[in-house]
Unconditional design. Structure first.
Length: 555
């Protein structure tokens, strides 16, 4: 029975709806099958949302399965981070958590079945020699001299491999298919290799491990997966996926469908490259807020709702395309604009003295926590004779169209009064370090009593009440939209300004003790959140999540 859904239609939804209507399957079962050799990134989010979303919308279930077939690269840390990322994104696998390693005994028995059927053999050629025999897209491969070993010899050797009697790389098990096939994946692919390394899930129980292609489809079959959904780079692997299902006594017959992977500008999503960035200390870790990892985006302050909205917006297609980073940033802006309370913060402070304001006087002004959502309430902000404003909000020799603070001109201080700049104090280098003003006592609330128009409004923080803290301004990690075009030299495109740390920022005191799950809009600055690792209640460190508008469109 088809479940009604308002989600955007795509070719996979059409397939599933047709399957349900035709009773080709009764219950939709999908899976998200990451290899635990790194942290998940934004590209995985598309697959997570797709697989879990389809199962949810059509009354089925989605499994989380770790394709943990290579202990040399897999770690428990990665397993736990993947679970955390899927939960953070808003999905739950319930009781359906699986590991390919749980099926190693069954996979081994199926490998022996292929040997007994004369469809697999033990190979003595080295990995380099196997590649040399493989051929090209225009030339057929060359058969191995070990291809025609007897069933008995192959079984004995394979069992010796399992017993750990050979060193790494000494032998592999290959399928016997067709060395002249136009599909290179069918030219006697490797099924098992020898790896003497502890496994994060099954320990030292095994000395041989199945290749991904051999384990993947059979794991789908064991779990009763109905729709095995993967990205387009696996399309050429589908004939091999089906060959295994055709030649093994599997309990079910899953079908594979491919969709276009997510290619995002101004970043890299190769696990190998992300691993290099981490291990070479170019970034601070897998959760560095500049990385496209889900833990990095979460630490920076992206919300799971904004990631899910992004995945919905870009859709699901069959053709690879590039998605501009600005679309992801716009999704988080749209989400935070609705939910983020407002606050006053001065990141690069310039002292302002209001000479005609009483020295000891402090006034409280009501400030809305969200101008469009009155249900979010308001807060009191303190106003005094000495304030801080942004350095960029003052210009001694104003350019055309500059309507902020400048000598002789009036400007409105947000929520409070109109002030006129009357003079400046400079240091020995001629830089302005203090601005002096006069305020209009009759302009409380920011409106002139005589009705004169004031073009500029700027934000501020009371010097006597400000909290000094650190703010980190994150930007795109690369300054080229396609750093992968550099190949191995992709790091040449690293953006040297991807993180700027400001240490004497002045924030309104209401931000002390902020819950790190709360995101704020610092008025006129962007969206920020306390860093969940480096902040303390008494000393918050704020991360900029995103600016208020796309600054890169002008670059």
């Amino acid at each position: 029975m088809t479940t009604e859904t308002t989600a955007p239609s795509n070719f996979l939804r059409t397939i599933i709806e047709d399957d349900l209507k035709s009773a080709a399957c009764k219950t939709i079962v999908t899976r998200f099958p990451p290899e635990p050799n790194g942290y998940l990134h934004i590209g995985h989010a598309k697959s997570i949302c797709l697989n879990f979303g389809l199962a949810r919308d059509y009354g089925g279930r989605c499994h989380l399965r770790f394709d943990d077939t290579n202990p040399a690269k897999e770690e428990l840390e990665y397993i736990e981070s993947i679970k955390e990322s899927v939960r953070w994104l808003g999905f739950d696998w319930g009781e359906h958590l699986y590991y390919a390693s749980d099926y190693f005994e069954q996979l081994y028995q199926w490998a022996e079945h292929l040997i007994q059927q004369g469809k697999a053999y033990v190979e003595d050629l080295s990995a380099e020699e196997i590649r040399g025999h493989r051929g090209t897209l225009t030339e057929p491969g060359k058969e191995s001299p070990w291809r025609n070993r007897s069933v008995e010899e192959n079984l004995a050797l394979f069992r010796s491999m399992k017993a750990g009697e050979f060193p790494d790389g000494a032998k592999v098990l290959r399928a016997k298919i067709d060395m002249a096939s136009p599909n290179l994946n069918l030219r006697d692919p490797v099924l098992y290799r020898i790896i003497h390394a502890p496994h994060p899930h099954v320990g030292d129980a095994w000395k041989i491990y199945p290749m991904y292609d051999f384990a993947h489809g059979q794991s789908d079959a064991i779990e009763g997966i109905t729709h095995s959904i993967c990205t387009l780079e696996f399309e050429s692997h589908k004939p091999l996926y089906n060959w295994f299902l055709d030649n093994l006594p599997v309990p079910a017959r899953p079908r594979q469908f491919e969709f276009a992977r997510l290619n995002l500008t101004y970043t890299v999503m190769s696990k190998r490259k992300l691993h290099e960035l981490v291990t070479q200390n170019i970034v601070s870790g897998w959760d560095d807020p500049r990385l496209p990892t889900l833990m990095g985006l979460a630490r920076r302050g992206y919300t799971p709702e904004s990631i899910r909205a992004f995945c919905d917006r870009i859709g699901v297609g069959r053709s690879d395309s590039w998605i501009d980073m600005s679309i992801l940033e716009e999704c988080v802006r749209d989400d935070l604009n609705e939910r983020a309370p407002r606050a006053l913060a001065v990141l690069r402070p310039l002292r302002v003295v209001i000479d005609n304001y009483p020295e000891q006087q402090v006034e409280q002004f009501e400030a809305a926590n969200h101008p469009q959502n009155p249900e979010m309430g308001s807060r009191k902000v303190s106003f005094s004779r000495e304030l801080y404003i942004e350095q960029d909000d003052f210009m001694e020799m104003p350019s055309k169209g500059f309507f902020r603070m400048t000598p002789g001109a009036e400007v409105r201080l947000r929520y409070t009064y109109i002030v006129r700049c009357t003079g400046v104090v400079k240091d020995d280098n001629g830089s302005v370090i203090e601005v002096h003003c006069q305020y209009d006592p009759d302009s409380r609330g920011g409106s002139a009593a005589d009705g004169r128009k004031i073009k500029g409004t700027i934000h501020w923080v009371s010097a006597g009440h400000a909290v000094e803290t650190e703010v980190r301004l994150f930007d795109r990690l690369f300054n080229d939209p396609n750093p992968d075009r550099g190949g191995a030299d992709y790091k040449q495109f690293l953006n040297p300004l991807s993180m700027e740390t400001l240490r004497n920022c002045k924030l309104e005191p209401s931000l002390i003790g902020s819950d790190h799950e709360i995101r704020y809009q610092f008025e006129r600055q962007g969206y920020f959140r306390p860093d969940p690792k480096d902040s303390t209640p008494s000393n918050p460190v704020f991360n900029r999540i995103v600016t208020l508008k796309d600054n890169w469109s002008k670059k």
